[in-house]
Design a protein around this ligand. Sequence first.
Ligand SMILES: [Zn+2]
Length: 153
Amino acid sequence: MALPNSIRTGGEIDAFCTKCDLNLAHTIIAMVGPKVVKVKCNTCDSEHVYRGTQPLVKATSFAAPKKSATGATARTPRAAKVTMSWEDQFAGKDLGRAKKYSPRETFVIDDVVDHPTFGIGLVIAVRVDKVDVSVKQDTKTLVHGKTPPPTAS
Ligand SMILES: [Zn+2]
């Protein structure tokens, strides 16, 4: 069953003959590039398209893995969301421990802030005297760590 190394028009090739219903020696009639396209059965003399030899056992295993793989490939999770939803940012946060916002309060990143106007927010950035607080649909920059005005002496 070695592959014929003389695949050329006029050469011989094993092919499945639908008339004889067997893998038989055929003569190559037509080729397109390296591909055999038409052959003539040496046994019954019928010309037909070359389909290669028919495997004795139907190769169903080639198609079988498709189904089981579908779930994994079709539902490939999208890349991690670049922007977390507002709600996601609070996952695992204890909103009951939100700090009441006050310009004199000092906040750190991830602090939950309870602002009288903006509501619950999450500190996402801290600068010297400002914090960026993510509140629903928006980010507000608030003053923090403000030292009380010097008491008149
Ligand atoms: Zn034939």
